[in-house]
Design a protein around this ligand. Structure first.
Ligand SMILES: NC(=O)C1=CN([C@@H]2O[C@H](COP(=O)(O)OP(=O)(O)OC[C@H]3O[C@@H](n4cnc5c(N)ncnc54)[C@H](OP(=O)(O)O)[C@@H]3O)[C@@H](O)[C@H]2O)C=CC1
Ligand SMILES: O=C(O)C(=O)[C@@H](O)[C@H](O)C(=O)CO
Length: 288
C-alpha cells in the first residue's frame, strides 16, 4: 500500500508515483509519443501506481490521458500532476494552457498544477502574477491543489509575502548526491511538502559503493534503498522507468526500513551544489 501525505491545503497526495519525463524519448505532441506514453503509463497503472507526474513541456499529456481513460480506475483513486510550460507564464496563457492540459488529460479537474520553473530573468521577473493566475484555477474549481517547482527560498518568500497564499508543494531536485538542503529547509519552514525530482539522480547515484553496501545488507537493490531514503525523509517521489521489472521494484519500498546509521551514511553522500544534475533555478531561462 502506498501511503498518502497531508498537504497544507487540507488535501492529500500519494507519497510515491510514476514520473513521465522522456518515457518515449520524444517531446513532440505526435501520435507516436502519445501511443508510447499511453503504453508505459498503462503498465504503471496496471501494476498499482496511482499518482502520475507529467508536464506541459513533456509533450505527453495526451498519452497520460489515454492511459488513465483506458485504465478504468475510478477517478477518485488517481492523482495526476501537470506543470505550467515555461512559455505560458502570462496569466491569459496560464488559463488557456491549463484548459488544453485538462483536455489532453481527459480530466474535468486536475489534482495538482505547478509553476514548472520560476524563470526569474524572464517575464520581468514577475512569477508572482503567474502564481496568482494558478491559484485562480483552484478558486474556479478546475484545480484541486496549486504548487510550485524549482522555487528557491527567495522565490517562496516573495510569492507568499506578496499574495499570502502558500504553495502546497515545491517540486525540486533531490537525490543522495544533491540533498538540496537550502530549498528543502525553506519549503519545510513554510509547511510546503517537498517533491523530489530525479529521485534516483537519473540513475547516476546507483553505482555508489555506500548504496551497494546498504543494498546488500537489506537484500534490496540500490534503487530501492535510495527511494526508501526519500520516503523516510518525508519526500514525495515519482521515479521514471520504461522497464516493467523496475516499475515493480520501485513500488516495493514500503516493507523495510533503513536504520539511523544507514540514513546518515546516505545523507553523507551529498556533494552540495556540485551534485546538481539539472539546471540552476536562479538562472534557468529556457522556453521550448
Ligand atoms: N520539476 C522538474 O523540473 C523536473 C521534474 N522531473 C520529474 O521527476 C521524474 C523522475 O525524474 P527523472 O529525471 O526521470 O529521473 P529518475 O531519478 O527517476 O531516474 C530515471 C532513470 O533511472 C533509471 N531507473 C529507474 N528505475 C530504476 C531501477 N529500479 N534500477 C535501475 N535504474 C532505474 C531509468 O532508466 P530506464 O527508464 O531505462 O529504466 C532512468 O534512466 C521525471 O520523470 C519527471 O516526472 C524530472 C526532472 C525535472
Ligand atoms: O524535466 C523537467 O521537468 C524539466 O524541467 C527539465 O528537465 C527541462 O525540461 C529540461 O529539459 C532542462 O534542460
Amino acid at each position: 500500500m502506498i501511503p498518502t501525505l497531508p498537504l497544507n491545503d487540507g488535501t492529500t497526495i500519494p507519497q510515491l508515483g510514476f514520473g513521465t519525463l522522456n518515457v518515449s524519448r520524444d517531446r513532440t505532441r505526435s501520435e507516436k509519443n502519445t501511443a508510447a506514453t499511453a503504453e508505459i503509463v498503462g503498465s504503471a497503472l496496471g501494476m498499482g501506481y496511482r499518482h502520475i507526474d507529467t508536464a506541459q513541456m513533456y509533450g505527453n499529456e495526451a498519452g497520460v490521458g489515454r492511459a488513465v481513460a483506458a485504465s478504468g480506475i475510478p477517478r477518485e483513486q488517481l492523482h495526476v500532476t501537470s506543470k505550467l510550460g515555461n512559455g505560458n507564464h502570462d496569466p491569459g496563457e496560464v488559463h488557456r494552457s491549463f484548459d488544453r492540459t485538462l483536455n489532453e488529460l481527459r480530466l474535468a479537474r486536475l489534482d495538482l498544477f505547478l509553476i514548472h520553473w520560476p524563470l526569474p530573468s524572464l517575464y520581468n521577473g514577475d512569477y508572482v502574477t503567474t502564481w496568482r493566475a494558478v491559484t485562480d484555477l483552484v478558486r474556479d474549481g478546475r484545480l484541486r491543489t496549486a504548487g510550485v517547482s524549482n522555487f528557491q527560498p527567495a522565490h517562496l518568500d516573495r510569492v507568499i509575502g506578496e499574495t499570502g497564499i502558500v504553495p502546497a508543494v515545491n517540486q525540486i531536485e533531490v537525490h543522495p548526491y544533491f540533498r538540496n538542503d537550502t530549498a528543502r529547509d525553506a519549503s519545510a519552514a513554510h509547511g510546503i511538502a517537498v517533491e523530489a525530482w530525479s529521485p534516483l539522480g537519473q540513475g547516476a547515484v546507483l553505482d555508489d559503493p555506500v548504496l551497494d553496501r546498504i543494498a546488500l545488507a537489506q537484500a534490496k537493490t540500490p534503487a530501492q534503498v535510495v527511494l526508501r531514503w526519500h520516503i523516510q525523509h518525508g519526500h514525495v517521489v515519482f521515479p521514471k522507468t520504461t522497464h516493467r521489472q523496475r516499475m515493480a521494484e520501485n513500488l516495493d519500498v514500503f516493507g523495510f526500513a533503513l536504520s539511523a546509521e544507514e540514513m546518515a551514511a546516505i545523507d553523507g553522500l551529498d556533494r552540495g551544489p556540485a551534485g546538481r544534475i539539472g539546471p540552476d533555478p536562479d538562472t534557468f531561462a529556457w522556453i521550448p
